[in-house]
Every structure is written in C-alpha cells, then in structure tokens.
Design a protein around this ligand. Structure first.
Ligand SMILES: C[S@@+](CC[C@H](N)C(=O)[O-])C[C@H]1O[C@@H](n2cnc3c(N)ncnc32)[C@H](O)[C@@H]1O
Ligand SMILES: [Zn+2]
Length: 276
C-alpha cells in the first residue's frame, strides 16, 4: 500500500495535481512540470526554503532523551485519538535533525515518517540521521517544508502531525494548522509541544527581580546583559503579540497562552474532531 516513491506523498507545487515516475524523472500528470531535480530531499512548499539557521542552538541532537516524550506523551495521545500503532503515518514539521524521529524509531514502527524542516542546511543531516535510525527508504522521508507557505502534499496519507517546539517560529501558525488539518486522514491527530507564556511569565518575574536588585544578587555585567535581553525579548513578545511586522523580525515569535492553542483545537468550523 505504501510505495517507495515520494511521488506518492507529494503533489505538484504548480497546480496541485498528482505526480508520477517517468523513467528517471518525476512529472506532474496535469501540467507536465518536471520535479525530478528535487529528489535528494523533496521540497513540498513553493520552494522558498530558509538558509540562515541562527536558530541552530535550539535544535536538539537526537538522543535517548527523546524516547520519554514519545512514549509518555505522543504515543498515548495518538492511541487516544483512535489511531492504531500499526498504522502510524507521521508528518513532522520543523524536525531539526531528527530528535523526535529518533524517539519514534525506538518505540514504534511507523509506516511512513515524513520529517521536514525549512532550513536547507539541516536537510542533509536529517536524511543521514533518519537512515541511521533505521527509518530508511519507504518509511523515512525527508522534505523541505517552510511552514509559512503552501504545502504540496497528498491529503489523507498521514494520520499524525507533530510539531515539537516549532509553531512559535511560524508567523501564520493558524493558517498552518488549518492546512495541516485539511491533509489529515480520519481518525487523525495533530500534536504540538510549545513553550507557554504562563511558565515564561513566572521566569520573567524572577528576572525582573534580579535586575532591579542587582546590588543584592551581585551578578556579572555579562549576566546582566543576557538577562536584560531576555526580559526585553519576552516582554515584547507578550505585549506586541498582534504586531505581525515586529514578529516577522524575530526567530522566536509567538509565546502562546494555553488557550491560544486549546481554543483553536475546539473550533467547530474547522472540523477538528473526526473519529471513525
Ligand atoms: C526549537 S527547534 C526544534 C527542532 C526539533 N523539532 C527538535 O525537537 O529538536 C525549531 C525548528 O523549527 C524549524 N523552523 C523554524 N521556522 C520554520 C518554518 N517557518 N517552517 C518550518 N520549520 C521551521 C527550525 O529550523 C528548527 O528545526
Ligand atoms: Zn502540475
């Protein structure tokens, strides 16, 4: 049922039609566009990937540490949604170099694992890592996906969407969630793990305290500069949460309140709750 060709997962970026393998090439059945140049790791947005991962310090190296979250958070939530563990078809956005894919490779046997990221430099590393995890051809795929753009993937190929600390980087995260929901099979589930405003607000209070009482805390000038930067960054992301132009200049954009995401999940008009 799951062929080893990526043309089965993707659609034409120009017109949205199916792709097919023609000799060594991958071609659109409708407009004839040739997509073969992208076979190393395919690109499933309109091609505008990002090329300066100043964000790289935030990306976890795959390790045993990701097994816990997969076992204790992702798998139970997936089963809770009515999905059988022998039918896991996972699309991960913002995979970095495969932290969460590693956890899945250790505790489950996904039929499809499409790991994606927006940064060109990460994709080759991601491909190498997936091979090392045993998520090789026909199970583990790597694609370039800038989550702020259109997504050229076949609907209903995936029943699980995962984003591990990614949504807060995506300017139009609501549009993204809506698009991903349109791709999901039934039953299907989307799971996002994000830093929350409530936790950071507590941290911010402590930072403010340290900065205003610096004679008592006696911290170095370097530490003071770092804390002042964090205070400014977090305060601005909270007070300017609706300022798109400002957010677009930041790598870490949104700092979600719990209800921002819970509210979206319960929107009736988006048809989120679909069970077999
Ligand atoms: C905090 S890191 C988390 C990486 C990985 N999920 C992990 O757990 O190690 C955020 C990831 O989101 C990716 N990212 C940032 N902006 C993105 C966008 N617009 N579309 C897709 N991915 C993006 C980054 O390249 C990075 O890999
Ligand atoms: Zn086409």
């Amino acid at each position: 049922m799951y062929s080893s060709s990526w043309s089965d997962l993707a659609v034409c970026k120009k017109c949205g039609a199916d792709l097919f393998q023609k000799d060594a090439n991958i071609v659109c059945v409708n407009c004839g566009e040739d997509h073969s140049s992208l076979q190393k790791w395919f690109v499933v947005t309109d091609g505008k990937l990002l090329d300066d991962p100043s964000i790289i310090g935030q990306i976890s190296t795959p390790s045993e540490l990701s097994i816990g979250p997969v076992k204790e958070f992702y798998l139970p939530a997936i089963q809770d949604a009515g999905i059988k563990l022998d039918d896991l078809r996972i699309l991960e956005i913002g995979s970095g170099v495969g932290n969460i894919a590693y956890g899945f490779s250790k505790v489950a046997k996904p039929l499809v694992y499409l790991a994606t990221d927006a940064y060109v430099q990460l994709l080759d590393v991601l491909r190498t890592n997936l091979d090392q995890f045993g998520l090789t051809e026909s199970v583990g795929w790597v694609a370039g996906l800038n989550a702020d753009l259109e997504i050229a993937l076949q609907p209903k190929k995936f029943n699980v969407v995962i984003g591990h600390s990614v949504l807060h980087h995506v300017l139009d995260y609501k549009t993204l969630i809506k698009r991903l929901n349109g791709l999901l099979d039934t039953p299907g589930v989307m799971l996002f793990a994000e830093p929350l405003r409530d936790g950071w607000a507590y941290f911010l209070t402590i930072v403010k305290l340290i900065l205003t009482q610096s004679d008592i805390f006696q911290i170095s000038e370097t530490s003071k500069t770092i804390l002042a930067y964090m205070e400014n960054n977090l305060s601005q992301r909270i007070t300017r949460a609706d300022d798109r132009e400002f957010l677009s200049t930041l790598e870490d954009k949104h700092i979600f309140a719990l209800d921002d995401l819970r509210g979206l999940a319960s929107r009736k008009d988006w048809d989120f709750i679909r069970r077999n």
